[in-house]
Ligand binder design. Structure first.
Ligand code: FAD
Length: 468
């Protein structure tokens, strides 16, 4: 079995032990304790605990990551928000102004990015352009160099997506547009109620490897429409193999992260002159308070840390890809591109130094065939989730939902490509493993979102402490 897979199993097993309520807790008292007292201590039997993650993220990683994500390379993301929903027709488009996404005018995006839309270095660009030309012709053009022909075949194979955990947008489509992520931040949009629940439920219910008879507890307001005892759901989950639980925990972590953001950048006040955005403590408590959520809130926050660790791990594994001398964060501005690459490598080295020591192999159990089947299931379920994002009725939520699922899909692809990354040549084109610009931008921005959530948890903890 792949080491990445073993890692996932190990990580989950450890996190699961904690979240399933093992160990006695004192009854929580203050508002801060009710959200956070069960979200502390060790997340595994090695050296990784919530406090270490908080310190590492909030003080060492977060500021540098924010700086990187403000650069031209990372702020422009090409996305097709007009793809039809493949699952149902009745999408009610949310007409709220805060759901709108403002795409870039073509002169706003640096030429280097536009001309190299999913490429990562000048040399690679030239090569891929030749390849694309050949692909458009429908076959491997024999007049191309041997090296290029080989690349065409390899990249076509890659694009057949047998490796991909996410269904990528066709960024060559006329409907795909660049969006400036800094001008369209993820925040409260007012997208809620049955339409939003339907999306979350489809993601959990239909893609969670689970038998039809088990229902995840729905929103309390929807009681009578499938609300079953939470205990039924969790005991079912505990009976599952770790990989399937990992799938649930990743989605739940993503869900928690989105809900932390909308609580942290909530529309607090609106006048005809301006809008005031900030922390809404009540909104946060309704989603994460242990008592108000009957114990679910702290579990959700732990899932967020789980997601953080998975993406962190993927970033530490992919360092050799970015260290290659011919890799560039290509925008056409040579000096800025070099500075950004230095910052990116600094961040990745910092991540590598995180004291997260897993004996990945010791967690591995199960035969190879079964492991392969599970990996395939995992990939297909995850791809379905990326397609569901086209059914989200709020464009802003759709944009960030797509970006974050693509980012997580890329992280999983990295974790399952460990051997390919290890075998990459130190320079020249890498045929077995490569990441497109879209994958790179989504990977770092998705991690930036989770990193921001972890930082926001500290802000909420302080705010909750200050009100008592
Ligand atoms: P929901 O968050 O809709 O959750 C439904 C039910 O799921 C809850 O009652 C609970 O039983 C369960 N649940 C909740 N959280 C978790 C968790 N972490 N793990 C497991 N189960 C859980 N709104 C914005 O304002 N801004 C956005 O950018 C935004 N992006 C979105 C992106 C997507 C893809 C989707 C589907 C929704 C998005 N939303 C966004 C909407 C937001 O996530 C909520 O759906 C909405 O605020 C309504 O919240 P709710 O309290 O009714 O419960």
């Amino acid at each position: 079995m792949d080491r990445g897979w073993g890692f996932l199993i190990g990580l989950l097993g450890a996190v699961w032990l904690l979240s399933s309520g093992h160990g006695e807790q004192q009854p929580p008292e203050t508002a801060a304790q009710r959200c956070f007292c069960q979200v502390s201590g060790y997340l595994d039997d090695c050296t990784c605990d919530v406090e270490t993650i908080d310190r590492f993220n909030n003080y060492r990683l977060f500021p540098r990551l924010q700086k990187l994500l403000e650069s031209d390379y990372f702020r422009y993301y090409k996305v097709n928000l007009k793809r039809p929903c493949p699952f149902w027709n009745d999408i009610s488009q949310c007409g709220r102004r805060d759901c709108a996404v403002k795409p870039c005018q073509s002169d706003e995006v640096p030429d280097g990015i536009k001309s190299a839309s999913y490429k990562y270095s000048e040399e690679a660009n030239n090569l891929i352009e030749e390849c694309e030309q050949a692909e458009r012709l429908g076959a491997v053009d024999e007049s191309l160099s041997e090296e290029t022909q080989k690349a065409v075949l390899q990249w076509t194979k890659h694009d057949d997506s047998s490796d991909n955990f996410c269904e990528a947008d066709d960024i060559q489509s006329p409907d795909a547009e660049y969006v400036d992520l800094l001008l369209n931040p993820e925040r409260y949009t007012g997208y809620k109620g049955p339409d939003a629940w339907k999306i979350w439920n489809v993601i959990y219910e239909e893609n969670c490897f689970k038998p039809q008879t088990i229902k995840r507890p729905l929103n309390p307001l929807a009681s009578g429409q499938g609300k079953l005892l939470p205990n039924t759901f969790y005991s079912w989950l505990e009976g599952l193999c770790v990989e399937k639980r990992a799938f649930y925990r990743l989605i739940s972590g993503l869900h928690a992260s989105i809900n932390v953001h909308l609580s942290a950048r909530y529309l607090l006040q609106e006048t005809w002159l301006e809008k005031k955005w900030g922390h809404n403590i009540t909104e946060f408590q309704q989603r994460f308070d242990g008592i108000l959520t009957e114990g679910e809130g702290p579990r959700r926050l732990k899932n967020l840390y789980f997601l953080y660790l998975i993406e962190l791990r993927a970033l530490s594994k992919v360092l050799p890809f970015f260290e290659r001398p011919d890799f560039q964060l290509f925008t056409g501005n040579k000096i800025q591109d070099e500075e950004n690459k230095m910052l990116l490598l600094e961040i990745l080295h910092e991540i590598k130094s995180f004291p997260l020591h897993f004996d990945e192999n010791s967690f591995f159990a199960g035969d190879k065939k079964e492991a392969h089947k599970l990996k395939e299931d995992f990939r297909l379920h995850f791809r379905n989730i990326s397609r569901i994002m086209d059914c989200v009725g709020c464009f802003k939520c759709r944009l960030w939902g797509k970006l974050q699922t693509q980012g997580l899909g890329t992280a999983l692809k990295i974790l399952f490509s460990e051997k390919l990354i290890a075998n990459m040549p130190e320079s020249g084109p890498s045929y077995e493993f490569h990441l497109t610009r879209q994958e790179i931008v989504s990977l770092f921005n998705a991690f930036g979102r989770i990193s921001t959530s972890v930082k926001e948890l500290e802000n909420f903890r302080n705010l909750l402490q200050s009100i008592h």
